[in-house]
Design a protein around this ligand. Structure first.
Ligand code: UDP
Ligand code: MG
Length: 314
């Protein structure tokens, strides 16, 4: 049994890799951990993959996966999770902004304190205030509010997991920002946090630009929606469809009565008429979206797959 699997997604990080892997090796030897380092080259266009191969020549604990093109950090993590064999899995960025010295404590919290996952918290952060720190505060507030998980820093690259957690979740799109939420949806409740040392990027440049604002929020919506209504879309669309349709119906009935009982107004002269008719149309559309959602969910091979914790006598 391997004590620790370290999963490192990397995209054009050739300069950092030798230093990072030497540092990891130092920490692992000092603590006498058995370990593997899984480096996932996410379609780098520099010589990162050559570096991984060279590193493996001197240390066979280092393993590599090379994507044919750039699929993104989530895809790289997902592939790493599939391959990982350790009892505890640590994820960290390749750019040396995360310190390997944090690994022993992150592992201890899983093994001894019984956490399912522990997320790093870059309390003191060495990134650009305007483009990184402030937006990230907003993200985290939104993620905290919608998921109910009390973490300060959802998107920290440095995290540790019990093996079972990563084998239960699937990270895709840009969901790596919300792995704690995925873990919670999969039934893992004990999610902890540890303040970790953050360092300035020494080599290379950041791989995430302004698109991450939009993608980040869209992904938060999808993740909350899929988690809650993924297996029962009609409960969402049907409810709102009914409410909107019904309010349109009430408006229409009122206009109708006002016209014939009081003979005062023409229905189409009143702004309310348009509100009413649009509500009727949107209500029907929501309902139809719900039906389509149900049809799709019913045809999905996942429709009846659940994560089972334990069985007895079966
Ligand atoms: N990364 C990746 N694929 C991508 C973008 C980034 O594997 O498409 C890796 C990158 O090499 C690094 C980690 O994800 O190891 C975090 O990226 P970065 O340091 O650029 O993000 P930041 O720290 O600026 O938020
Ligand atoms: Mg970084």
């Amino acid at each position: 049994m391997i004590d620790i699997s370290i999963v490192i997604p990397l995209f054009n990080e050739e300069e950092s890799l030798p230093e990072l892997s030497a540092w990891i090796e130092r920490v692992m030897q000092a603590n006498k951990f058995s370990y593997e380092v899984i480096m996932i080259d996410d379609g780098s266009t520099d010589s990162s993959w050559n570096v991984v191969e060279t590193l493996r020549n001197t240390n066979t604990n280092i393993k590599g996966i090379k994507f044919q093109r750039n699929y993104g950090k989530s895809a790289a993590l997902n592939e790493g999770f599939k391959a990982a064999q350790g009892e505890v899995i640590i994820t960290m960025d390749a750019d040396m902004q995360d310190s390997p010295d944090e690994i022993p404590e992150l592992r201890r919290m899983i093994v001894e304190e019984g956490y399912d996952m522990v997320s790093g918290w870059k309390k003191k952060r060495y990134d650009n205030t305007l483009t990184k720190n402030i937006p990230s505060k907003l993200f985290n507030a939104a993620a905290r509010k919608s998921s109910g998980i009390k973490l300060h820093d959802f998107n920290c690259g440095l995290k540790s997991y019990r093996k079972k957690v990563i084998k239960s979740i699937e990270v895709y799109g840009e969901m790596h920002r919300y792995i704690p939420i995925l873990a919670k949806w999969a039934g893992f409740r004990k999610i902890g946090e540890k303040v970790v040392e953050h360092r300035a990027r020494k080599y290379g440049v950041t791989k995430f630009g302004w698109e991450r604002f939009i993608n980040g929020f869209l992904d938060l919506f999808s993740i909350m929606f899929v988690g809650k209504f993924g297996k029962r879309p009609m409960h969402f669309f049907g409810l709102w469809g009914s409410i909107v349709f019904f309010s349109g119906f009430i408006i229409w009935a009122y206009l109708f009565i006002a016209k014939f009982a009081f003979q005062k107004y023409n229905m189409t002269d009143r702004p309310l008429f348009y509100v009413g008719i649009i509500s009727l149309v949107i209500g029907v559309q929501l309902f139809l979206a719900g039906f389509l959602g149900e049809l799709i969910a019913r045809n999905s091979s996942e429709r009846n797959s659940y994560l089972i914790e334990e069985k007895q006598g079966l």
